[in-house]
Design a protein around this ligand. Structure first.
Ligand code: F1P
Length: 346
């Protein structure tokens, strides 16, 4: 990851890492829309990719669960580029989804980790995320790799399309190149996260809330907790809280807010105040030096400041760690959770 982001992105993002983008530029630039299809954690990465591609490269994007897409009768044409995102590259639903898309003339772009996997072979082109094998069943660094590749893809396409200024492009490339150091800084706080975790082992439910780029992170935080600690958890867009989930909040309910300092900060802060008024136990992921969210939270974990489009690369890490430490405190088999398979091939 360090290699991808620092060395290559800085100098040669177009030439090396995303040669697929350049070689297949016309297909990508002339597409009427992108469809990102995936399962599980990879689907959450796709939701972030959609926000990046739409806001920066101005490309219309749809995100589809491969497990639904393959059984529907979706409108797909030869003007579409369908992206299959999969850590293992072997997920049966994702493979079936691209086979359907291909049969309807779409161009297929694979974003996989496993080299030579079925999905990468079935794709017309693609990018490997190169994060090395995932040791546990639950996807963690693959999520980071997928979001990083989607970010680089977005920057390349935005540059080609002229939807980004040279100045902003340079700034974002620099920001992305600093992400590995920022992640290392967060990892150094894991001792603090380990201390918080046992105070949550009593919980039978968790709510995760975030807005914008951090809404998919809320989904991913909840999924990680479910997968490895077997605690029921739901992720929602923070603004949806008052349309239902707020009824669940009482003094027993842990509510995790992803609340870094961005343009949605004040909005998230008011959601936090609503939960506080109902005595929920609030754990917030905040930017370094945060004051307002911190004042309303029972626990906080700080992450460095970064451009909002890259926040998921940082904010997901404390959520992965808290799931890990809660699972360990509950004596769970973290690398081999019950009932889960590394790749779902049927
Ligand atoms: C998708 C996925 C993973 C999850 C688990 C089951 O896999 O849902 O996100 O952690 O391993 O499969 P993939 O298509 O990304 O390999």
């Amino acid at each position: 990851l360090r290699d991808c982001m620092r060395g290559r992105v800085n100098k040669e993002v177009k030439e090396i890492l995303l040669s697929a983008v350049i070689d297949h530029k016309d297909k990508l630039l002339n597409a009427k829309r992108f469809i990102l299809t995936a399962c599980g954690t990879s689907w959450h990465a796709a939701l972030i990719g959609k926000q990046m591609l739409e806001s920066i490269a101005k490309i219309p994007v749809e995100v589809e669960y491969a497990s639904e897409f393959r059984y529907r009768d979706p409108v797909i044409t030869d003007q579409d580029v369908v992206f299959a995102i999969s850590q293992s590259g072997e997920t049966a639903d994702t493979l079936a989804a691209i086979e359907l898309a291909k049969s309807r003339g779409a161009y297929i772009y694979g974003i996989c980790n496993a080299i030579g996997s079925s999905i990468s072979r079935a794709s017309d082109t693609g990018t490997y995320i190169h994060v090395g094998p995932e040791i546990g069943v639950a996807s963690t660094k693959a999520f980071t790799g997928q979001v990083a590749v989607l970010a680089m893809l977005t920057l390349c396409l935005a540059k080609e399309k002229g939807t980004i200024t040279d100045e902003r492009y340079k700034y974002l490339v620099d920001q992305l190149a600093s992400v590995p150091d920022m992640i290392e800084k967060i990892l150094k706080t894991s001792g603090g996260i380990e201390k918080i975790a046992p105070t949550f082992t009593y919980a039978r439910n968790f709510i995760y809330l975030g807005r914008g780029f951090n809404y998919p992170v809320a989904l991913e935080g909840a999924l990680k907790l479910k997968e490895i600690s077997y605690i029921h958890a739901e992720g929602y867009p923070a603004a949806e809280m008052k349309h239902g989930p707020i009824a669940l909040v009482d003094e027993e309910m842990p509510v995790v807010f992803i609340a870094p300092h961005n343009s949605l900060y004040e909005k998230v802060l008011s959601n936090i105040q609503e939960v506080k008024a109902r005595k929920g136990r609030i754990l917030s992921i905040v930017s370094d030096g945060d004051k307002d969210v911190t004042a309303f939270s029972d626990y906080i974990i700080e992450v460095p400041h970064v451009d909002p489009i890259f926040e998921p690369l940082l904010t997901v890490v404390p959520l992965q760690l808290i799931s890990y430490y809660i699972a360990v405190a509950k004596g769970r088999e973290v690398d081999q959770p019950r009932n889960l398979a590394k790749s779902v091939t049927v």
